[in-house]
Design a binder for this molecule. Sequence first.
Ligand SMILES: Cc1ncc(COP(=O)(O)O)c(C=O)c1O
Length: 350
Amino acid sequence: MPAPAVGEPLSPGPAMTTIYHLRPEGIASGDNGYGRTENPTREILESAIGQLEGGTCLTFASGQAAITALFMAVLRPGDTAVIPSDGYYSVRSFGGSILSELDINVIEASTAGPYPSFSGVRLVLLESPANPGLDLVDISAVATAAHAEGALVAVDNTTATPLGQTPLTLGADVVVASGTKAIAGHSDMLLGYVATREQPLLDRMSQWRKLAGGVPGTFECWLARRSLSTLALRLRQQSANAAALAPVLRAHPLVSRVRWPGDSPFAPQLRILPGLVSFELPSATHVAAFLNAATLVAAATSFGGVHTTADRRHQWGDSVPPGFVRLSCGIEDTLDLVADVETALAAASA
Ligand SMILES: Cc1ncc(COP(=O)(O)O)c(C=O)c1O
């Protein structure tokens, strides 16, 4: 929220403009000139996310736009990057196609390790908790090891959100994230961001954003700023719902391999656990029966929204079994959600 000013809106509306009145004598440093480089609504959002992450934030049109901005700002032909083998699949796709074509060596490491030697590595990207398997990694330990070899450390903070963890205070050089998930939180817009305390890195990513042009829309920025006001409340309910569902799923005979971030030895790294739990049913048909019987669980991809959704990740090409489900808990009443999942599991078992 901007500083109070008598007579001004408590919550300013979106500044829907691409251009600004310029000084007739010519633009001066600090003036707003053009919407791709300056927008007051975007800057309010960036200031808010930056405060939460503990660094300076730049927002992007999507999480992919933010992550690839980091790659393109930092990596050069001949460099080596380490990325998660069990993280968001489009990041791996970008590594395997565009980065490889640029002669950038991409090594995949699973979030839980083991990690390769960081000798000669330019950038290490971590994702903790990783999507969709929900493994965690000790961010400080990897950052120390990577820094010892001169590598930059980035953390994808999408699943945790800055209320769950602030990687910059755990030793990371830069945070990347999709704001499309819990930050925006209502399954109605795309957003991404980076945050860092390193001015030269910020400048390079800012230059990339300006020249590649992947800025978020003004209205999206306004919606996301509005959503931040309820992020803590939403996360609390999502987290409580996942914590309640994890033992219910684990106790059910049809369900196997329940994964919940609270079980990780690194769970204390998180101030609040995300509302995510993954599990396996015997087959895709069982998942369909579960979803057909559920009334509070929608079949949908993505996560972090106010409605509970279930995504069978195999259909998108993740290397998980066909019956693998990533459940993103919404903000429904916990007893209602648990009852609905129990009913749906009973139907899938019949
Ligand atoms: C962990 C993670 N990072 C990045 C992204 C990409 O974000 P976006 O879809 O906003 O481009 C996603 C999307 O699911 C994600 O789960």
